[in-house]
Design a protein around this ligand. Structure first.
Ligand code: ARG
Length: 495
């Protein structure tokens, strides 16, 4: 199968003529593209981020071509070494990126030709940019998913630590943003640990489906060369080759799944950010965010603004936007590849950059924030937050049906409101005037700390139960083989 004759070799970028057709595909073209065509077509300004994955994919491909006798070992070695030089040039900031060469794939290949000569033209044997870009993007995203998982884990660790510290700190729990029942602040934080745990499940799920190799699908139909797709898949850490070449080049489900997972994380972070904004206001005063995660006002000297939290909340919009952009971009595309799909990259890159920032900022805020347990306790005692305790006591101790107990507690709340005082500060005689069966025992339950201590049902807010949840969360989310099977950014074997 070894090819003895060299295919036409593109000239080095330095020798390019501005009016000549594209050097990589211009065989049947007479003139160069219009400036607008170049501007709308070129992706190298953003897809250069895929350089490491592109080079790793090319090295795997040419290693396989040599093993299969499709190119000589000599050419494969020259290509592999040349790609190493290209990589070094890019990392040193010395690479001559050229928009006329459209994208990172053709920039790398053209530079390789300039560096090593005719052998470079053999790299693209049995391959297309269609399987190449799908491979690069999967590799890139796989590394981002692993980083996102690690960042989620860091956030969980921070939340669990603070939850343990505040298992017995009483705060008001809300529904409708109205005071509902007292809860443990630690319990509230652990709610986010569960959300992030589900997020990590989605990341793992997405990674599992993503980890198939499109390489060797070629343009769409496979190839007549005797390639070994299992070999390139293994070299790149994929679990297996993608089963169908048509699907392999037209699928961007992995991008959409990753953005959906990212969108859910961003939504969770945004809800927490909204709570931080509320809690750090003078009106709540539940927490103070550290100087490291706050900003001042250029006009109002007293201000201390929760900008990091606001930006976490704000950036969720662009992450969700990326998901919607991809779903919309893909939905009308007939199989297989269409250039529309080049539009997958900027939203994806931006979403994962934003997500990394949001996760890191949230973890920082959680670790640094000062918690004002006194203000939380005061608020927990306000708004008649323990009215449910009274109703429950009437059921449990006086044998009333819950609906009747609810009505009695409601009358007592109204009485407190008329008196302009809190439920918990009413005298026993006041309560007994409304419901004679009420005793001193019931009065004790109106204290928020007592109230949370009684909610010992599984998953409930009693400090002892919260301590159990802390231990369980540590076991479920922070222990175990988190790093197994993970890859960091694709490293070229020849570095
Ligand atoms: N820059 C292109 C992209 O990102 C690479 C694939 C080009 N394929 C093609 N048939 N023109 O989608």
């Amino acid at each position: 199968m070894t090819r003895k004759t060299s295919p036409a070799v593109p000239p080095a970028p330095e020798a390019a003529d501005a009016n000549a057709p594209n050097r990589m595909w211009g065989g049947r073209f007479d003139t160069s593209p219009d400036a607008v065509m170049e501007a709308i077509n070129a992706s190298v300004d953003f897809d250069r981020r895929l350089y490491a994955e592109d080079i790793a994919g090319s090295i795997a491909h040419v290693t396989m071509l040599a093993r299969q006798g499709i190119v000589t070992q000599e050419d494969a070695d020259a290509i592999t070494q040349g790609l190493g030089r290209v990589r070094a040039e890019i990392e040193a900031g010395e690479f001559p990126f050229d928009r006329a060469l459209e994208d990172i794939h053709m920039n790398v290949e053209a530079r390789l030709a300039a560096l090593i000569g005719p052998a470079a033209g053999r790299l693209h044997t049995a391959r297309s940019r269609n399987d190449q870009v799908a491979t690069d993007l999967r590799l890139w995203l796989r590394a981002r998913l692993d980083e996102a998982d690690e960042a989620c884990r860091d956030l969980q660790a921070a939340l669990i630590d603070r939850a343990e510290e505040h298992a017995a700190t009483v705060m008001p729990g809300f529904t409708h943003l109205q005071t509902a029942q007292p809860v443990s602040f630690g319990h509230h934080l652990l709610a986010y640990v569960e959300m992030i745990g589900r997020d990590r499940g989605r990341i793992a799920d997405c990674r599992r489906r993503l980890n198939e190799s499109p390489l060797g699908a070629a343009a769409l139909a496979g190839t007549s060369y005797p390639i070994d797709r299992a070999m390139t898949a293994a070299l790149l850490g994929f679990d297996r080759p993608a089963a169908n070449s048509i699907d392999a080049v037209s699928d961007r489900d992995f991008v959409i799944e990753a953005l959906a997972a990212a969108g859910l994380i961003a939504m969770h972070l945004s809800r927490f950010a909204e709570e931080l904004v509320l809690w750090s206001s003078a009106q709540f005063g539940f927490v103070t965010l550290s100087d490291r995660f706050s900003t001042g006002s250029s006009i109002m000297p007293q201000k201390r603004n929760p900008d990091a939290a606001e930006l976490v909340r704000g950036k969720s919009g662009r992450i969700t936007g990326a998901l919607v952009a991809l779903l919309t971009m893909m939905k009308g595309l007939a199989l297989t590849y269409s250039k529309d799909m080049q539009e997958d990259k900027e939203p994806l890159f931006d979403a994962f950059d934003s997500l990394a920032l949001c996760l890191a900022a949230t973890t920082g805020m959680v670790r640094d924030m000062t918690v004002h347990a006194d203000a939380m306790a005061r608020a927990a005692g306000a708004g008649h937050a323990t009215a449910t305790e009274l109703a429950d006591w009437l059921v449990q101790e006086a044998g009333l049906p819950f609906r009747e107990a609810h009505a009695i507690a409601g009358r007592i709340v109204r009485h407190a409101e008329e008196r302009g005082c809190e439920l918990a500060t009413l005298a026993l005689a006041d309560l007994q005037a409304i419901e004679p069966r009420i005793t001193q025992d019931a009065l004790a339950l109106l204290d928020p700390a007592t109230a949370i201590g009684r909610r010992t049902s599984e998953g409930g807010t009693a400090p002892g139960e919260v301590a159990k949840q802390v231990a369980s969360a540590r076991r479920r989310f922070l222990q175990g083989p988190a790093e197994a099977g993970r890859t960091r950014r694709m490293e070229s074997p020849i570095r």
